[in-house]
Structure formats: structure tokens, C-alpha cells
Design a protein around this ligand. Structure first.
Ligand code: UT7
Length: 321
């Protein structure tokens, strides 16, 4: 059992940005590569197309630059870079070092690998750096999952894709946007979803599906409890974009209407660490969040990890106006 003290950070999101590579791969194109169909993929996953191409550092830097611009902050204003990824460009150094150089940041940089829960883990870590004295942290989730996909395995190649999403978090005297958070891992289930060095992803799809539904609910409940909120208080859910049916089932179990979710899976596929910031940015840009709203981020992934956070939206992203 972990022990946490909520509301210790005094920070909020002040800018967001995303990046998706140019190449779009449709379900119909995939149906020419493996024994599948647009109908099967759409019905079973909610995905109709996904993006391929790019490098993890390149996509991360593009999303990071967009988040800095959104926040109206110069690279010199960032005190720490936390990059969530399961597909670093190299084993060493951390991809965050490459991104730091590309963005012209003068600060510490580190990678976090918590699989698809990585962005929420990193967001919480970023709030931690601010609680310890930093002013601003750039948090990015970026993936080139294309690299570790077996393009002959129809159970995985239809799901995973590339992308990046970023958020600038800043110390705030007005209090914190992070009302509650929860992270967990159950290493006993690591054989459900893994990738050996130099190989491709293995996934026991149904086992992951069943576990995902349970941990999404459990983690969300922990964060809501810490935030002193109930499911009725949640205005927007930003779930990990793994499978629309996982999200529908989790929402039902939590008692939150599916209409309150932000979904981009139809056009992005599963982008692991990038999926939550891509969906959050989409909601922000489409005016689906207003100041004072309670936003629940919740994800799960290999490990098996899970993570959630309840944010009280400050209305600041982006300060671009
Ligand atoms: O980021 C976290 C990681 N991953 C996930 O969250 C994935 C969780 N799991 C899933 O999303 C689903 O389990 C899948 C999308 C991977 C599979 O969907 P499913 O509804 O669980 O299908 P299934 O594995 O039960 O397979 C049903 C049938 C099988 O055929 P038979 O044995 O019934 O004849 C599969 O061989 O569907 C077949 N199948 C496909 N058919 C057409 C599996 N993949 C495909 C495909 N196209 N792409």
C-alpha cells in the first residue's frame, strides 16, 4: 500500500501541444497487409486510421515546442524535462537528452518508462519537481511504436501507432490543479504484454483487456477518493486510448457517461504514452473543458501499470488567447 499526500504541489498545466507524423495508415490499407477488415477493426477497437513515421525525439520535440508556444514560455523558462516513452530512439542516452538539445532547454532531462501509463506517471513526477522547488516542468509522452510492431501479427499491428503530446506545468500561487493521483504496477502480469530487446510486441489481448477494465476503475476510484470527488463530479474523462470497448466498459463500471470522455482513438490508434495528452489536447482545443472543471486522466499498460489523476482545470492552456 502506498502513502501519498494530495495537494502538495501547487502547480497547473499552462500549455499543451501535440505531434502526429504525416503518414496515415487506414484500416483498408492494413487489410491488404494482414487478414483483417475495416469492419472488424472499427467494431472491435474503434480505430479507423493511425499515423506512422518520425522519430521519438522528433515527435517529442515538435509537441514540446507547440506546448511552449501555447504557454507563451521561452525554452529558458523550463527547469526540467520528463519524457514518457516505451520506444526511446536509443538504449543510451535517454531520448529526453536529444529532445532537450532540439528544444534548446537548459535543464535536467530524464525518460520515464511506465508503458501506456507513462504520461500520468510523468505528470505526477513533474508536479513533484515543482513541489521540490522547480518553477516549470515540460512533460511529454512520445512514441514510435511502429518500430516494435510485428506487421504480420493482426492482433497487434492494427492497434499501435506513433505520436506525441506535451504539457507545460508551472508553479501556481493559486493552488494546485492536481487534486488526486494514483500510480500502480503489478509485475506478476508482465507476461501479458512485453517486448524483448530487438524483437516485437507480444500481447495476450483478452487478458490485457480484462485486467485493463479492472485497473482503470480501481485507479480512477483511488484518485477521485483522494480528490474528495465522486463520479458525478467528473466533467471530463481522458482515458488511455487503447480500445473504445475498454473505455466504454470502464465508464459503465465507474458510473460516468461515455459522452464525458475525450476520444481520439479513431484517428490515432493506441499511441501508448502519447495517448492521454493527445486526447486531453483535443478536448482543450475543442472547448470541452472550462475553468473549474474536474478532469480525470486514467490509463493502464504493460507492467501491468495503471495511473490516474484528477485535475481541477485552471483554464490557462493556452495563454496564447
Ligand atoms: O495499451 C495497452 C495495450 N493493449 C490493449 O489494451 C489491448 C487489449 N485487448 C484488445 O483490445 C482486444 O483483445 C484485441 C483488439 C486485441 C482483440 O479483440 P478481441 O475482441 O479480444 O478478439 P479476440 O482476441 O477474442 O479474437 C476474436 C477473433 C479470433 O478469431 P477466432 O479464434 O474467433 O476465429 C481472432 O483470431 O478475432 C480474430 N482476430 C481478428 N480478426 C480480424 C484477431 N485480430 C483480428 C483482426 N482482424 N485484426
Amino acid at each position: 500500500m502506498t502513502r501519498t499526500t494530495p495537494n502538495a504541489s501547487g502547480a497547473r498545466i499552462v500549455g499543451m501541444g501535440t505531434a502526429l507524423p504525416d503518414r496515415i495508415l487506414t484500416n483498408d490499407e492494413l487489410a491488404k497487409m494482414v487478414d483483417t477488415s475495416d469492419e472488424w477493426i472499427t467494431e472491435r477497437t474503434g480505430i479507423t486510421s493511425r499515423h506512422l513515421g518520425g522519430t521519438t525525439a522528433g515527435l517529442a520535440a515538435e509537441a514540446g515546442a507547440a506546448a511552449l508556444e501555447d504557454a507563451g514560455i521561452d525554452p529558458s523558462g523550463i527547469d526540467m524535462l520528463v519524457l514518457a516513452t516505451t520506444t526511446p530512439d536509443r538504449a543510451v542516452p535517454a531520448t529526453s537528452s536529444t529532445v532537450q538539445e532540439m528544444l534548446g532547454l537548459d535543464c535536467g532531462a530524464m525518460d520515464v518508462n511506465a508503458a501506456c501509463s507513462g504520461f500520468v506517471y510523468s505528470l505526477v513526477t513533474g508536479h513533484g519537481f515543482i513541489a521540490m522547488g522547480h518553477e516549470r516542468v515540460l512533460v511529454i509522452g512520445a512514441e514510435v511504436l511502429e518500430r516494435i510492431i510485428d506487421w504480420t501479427d493482426r492482433s497487434t499491428c492494427i492497434l499501435f501507432a506513433n505520436g506525441a503530446g506535451a504539457a507545460v506545468i508551472e508553479r501556481s500561487e493559486k493552488g494546485t490543479d492536481l487534486l488526486g493521483w494514483h500510480v500502480s504496477s503489478d509485475g506478476a502480469m508482465e507476461e501479458y504484454l512485453y517486448c524483448e530487446h530487438g524483437e516485437t510486441i507480444f500481447m495476450a489481448g483478452q487478458k490485457v483487456f480484462k485486467r485493463a477494465v479492472l485497473v482503470m476503475e480501481e485507479s480512477a476510484r483511488q484518485s477521485m477518493k483522494q480528490a474528495n470527488l465522486t463520479a458525478d463530479d467528473i466533467d471530463l474523462v481522458v482515458p488511455h486510448q487503447a480500445n473504445i470497448r475498454i473505455v466504454e466498459t470502464s465508464c459503465k463500471r465507474l458510473g460516468i457517461p461515455f459522452e464525458k470522455t475525450s476520444m481520439v482513438i479513431h484517428r490515432t490508434g493506441n499511441t501508448s504514452s502519447a495517448s492521454i495528452p493527445l486526447a486531453l489536447d483535443d478536448a482543450v482545443r475543442n472547448g470541452r473543458v472550462k475553468e473549474g472543471d474536474n478532469v480525470l486522466l486514467v490509463g493502464f499498460g504493460a507492467g501491468m501499470t495503471s495511473a490516474s489523476a484528477v485535475l481541477r482545470w485552471s483554464g490557462e492552456p493556452g495563454r496564447r488567447g
